[in-house]
Design a protein around this ligand. Structure first.
Ligand code: CDP
Length: 237
């Protein structure tokens, strides 16, 4: 019998008959302020599943090891079972969100080099910022794993920045999560969707990501549909 082993803010994880594989269910829930504001947005689960499927396939085709196996329904996918490293790995190309606020810079500042940040994944603690020595002191990961995580994050940025630019979208920042396989390999896990990146329309500067929900700027499903339309026009089968 399939068992739900994890319920996150926008996804559930279920066991399958194969103990190496898990089923991810994308839900319609949107949250802001670390879960303090919640809403159901019709179609969001389906849109994120489709967007993340296209992005993960593209990354896999370009040499990034990922947990993605296949999309199995409108809102579900199969993934390899990994033990998730409890770090949110954020890369920023443009100053926005918390970064802009913390350093008192205007949203939209082009950063001289991409910024790489780690946050400890903990809802109770509101995902505190974590530096590398804190990661090692608390045995969250070992140096070789962090080295691999930075390498993969940089490759993802180098692949996705030009991909989105070719679709008229600026990849402002994004959050990745990584997992360890049974044989100790580090692979990309979680999802890649406008729930965990910022995408700005290159011409209009319109927000095409979850900031539409966070900042109440319009209809989230409309915006995510447009991101999917552009991605599918390039990557769709
Ligand atoms: O988004 P916010 O201003 O709260 O935080 P940020 O540190 O500026 O977020 C940087 C990027 O990571 C954005 O694309 C967020 O959507 C993403 N992020 C995420 O997916 N999950 C989190 N718990 C925090 C940030």
């Amino acid at each position: 019998m399939a068992k739900m082993i994890y319920a996150g803010k926008a996804k559930q994880l279920w066991t399958t008959d194969d103990d190496q594989l898990l089923r991810v269910v994308y839900t319609n829930q949107a949250t802001a302020l670390n879960g303090k504001r919640k809403d159901q947005i019709s179609g969001k689960g389906k849109l994120n599943n489709e967007i993340s499927t296209l992005v993960f396939k593209y990354l896999a085709q370009n040499g990034i090891p990922t947990h993605f196996v296949k999309k199995i329904s409108a809102t579900e996918e199969l993934v390899k079972k990994v033990s998730i490293i409890p770090l949110e790995v954020v890369t920023r190309n443009i100053g926005a969100g918390h970064f802009a606020a913390r350093f008192g810079v205007k949203e939209g500042l082009r950063l001289a080099v991409p910024v790489e940040e780690l946050y400890y994944k903990s809802d109770e603690l509101d995902d505190p910022f974590m530096n590398e020595s804190q990661v090692y002191a608390l045995k969250v990961a070992i140096p070789a794993e962090i080295k691999q995580i930075w390498q993969l994050s940089r490759q993802v940025n180098q692949l996705l920045t030009p991909l989105f630019a070719s679709l008229g979208l600026q990849l402002v920042d994004f959050k990745l999560e990584f997992g360890r396989t049974a044989d100790g390999q580090i692979i990309l896990a979680d999802e890649f969707s406008p729930d965990n990146c910022r995408l700005w329309d290159l011409k209009t500067k319109q927000h095409m990501d979850k900031d539409v929900f966070r900042r109440e700027l319009g209809d989230l499903a409309d915006v995510y549909s447009e991101v999917l339309r552009r991605l599918a026009s390039k990557l769709g089968e």
